[in-house]
Design a protein around this ligand. Structure first.
Ligand SMILES: Nc1ncnc2c1ncn2[C@@H]1O[C@H](COP(=O)(O)OP(=O)(O)OP(=O)(O)O)[C@@H](O)[C@H]1O
Length: 302
């Protein structure tokens, strides 16, 4: 069985009561750390079943504040003085040249890494302990030995009654139009279907913050459009705050209220896209914003 990214050779047999930390860390982090560690103690993250309650009620959308955030890896200064305020419920896209620091910024936002200096605060209108954040990576990172529905159930955390968990997973699989694959293995799905399953796993806890790190980067153009429509619909229905890293300015202007351009670790443009949702692919007004973003990223020759 091929190793799942991030599993560091953990055999399926390690998945059990004692193996839970391995699963949770792998799904929500790529550095064996629980993803919301910055806001919760380990004891609190162990109560992730709270998220099933959230699935019934809807988590509160998360607001984010970054103040003078810097990140260095040795002598490499990757982020420089980032100030950013993302109100609850907003959908923000982060674009920029390869290596400008997009994924680094995303990792700091969800607590997978710490800033060298500066402050990052995530909260809801009922406080920071209500933050329910989930991340979707470019590769779906599904458990290859579990059915699709069981993969989705994992997104609820431990302690949820099995029948309730499966009910919630079934509902969210319907939401992403994948209910007919509930009993399939990940290997039996197409790339787009696997990524929809990963999105379902992130959505099943009804998060208040959904962070997307190039989630559609490996998909073909038509599947990307379908997935963009899906993400737009669930965002409008569920009301979470969205932060998306993408290379695709077309995707950014289709999905986001606001697009941040990063250039050598600094915000070089903060562009509001005022068009109402749902948007249309090919909309001429959106094409104007795309042009503006390409110029900001590539210069006047774009
Ligand atoms: N864990 C790390 N250790 C050392 N350097 C790192 C680490 N993570 C990122 N970097 C460096 O930080 C810089 C920015 O990387 P990052 O992945 O954030 O860029 P990006 O804008 O997301 O790029 P891409 O679009 O190609 O994915 C790069 O120079 C990279 O080598």
């Amino acid at each position: 069985m091929p190793a799942e990214p991030g599993f560091a050779g953990q055999p399926p047999g390690s998945v059990g009561r004692d193996g839970w930390d391995v699963i949770r860390s792998t799904l929500f982090s790529d550095q064996n750390r629980p993803m919301i560690e910055r806001k919760c103690t380990m004891a609190e993250t162990a109560s992730l079943p709270r998220s099933f309650f959230a699935a019934q009620q809807g988590s509160l959308p998360v607001s984010l504040k970054l103040h003078r955030v810097e990140k260095r890896f040795g002598g490499n200064q990757v982020l420089r003085g980032i100030d950013l305020d993302i109100p609850a419920g907003q959908f923000v896209a982060i674009v920029g040249k390869s290596g400008c620091g997009k994924s680094t910024l995303l990792r700091l936002l969800v607590g997978l890494d710490q800033p060298t200096s500066g402050e990052i605060a995530l909260t809801t209108e009922q406080g920071a302990d209500q933050v329910n954040a989930r991340i979707v990576f470019q590769e779906p990172r599904l458990l290859p030995w579990s059915s699709i529905i069981d993969n989705v159930v994992v997104g609820l955390g431990e302690g949820v009654e099995a029948a309730k968990g499966r009910y919630a997973a079934q509902r969210v699989l319907e939401e992403v139009r994948l209910s007919d694959k509930a009993g399939s293995w990940p290997s039996e799905l197409s790339g787009g279907q696997r990524q929809r399953a990963a999105l379902a796993r992130a959505l099943v806890s009804n998060p208040g913050l959904l962070v997307l790190d190039e989630p559609l980067g490996a998909l073909d153009a038509l599947t990307r459009i379908t997935m963009q429509q899906l993400i737009s619909r669930v965002w409008r229905e569920l009301g979470f705050t969205g932060v998306l890293v993408t290379h695709d300015v077309n995707e950014a202007v289709y999905l986001a209220d606001r697009v941040i351009v990063l250039d050598q670790g600094r915000i070089s443009l903060d562009l509001t896209i005022p068009q109402a949702h749902p948007r249309q692919h090919g909309d001429a007004a959106l094409a104007g914003y795309e042009r503006q973003l390409l110029e900001a990223i590539l210069g006047r020759d774009a």
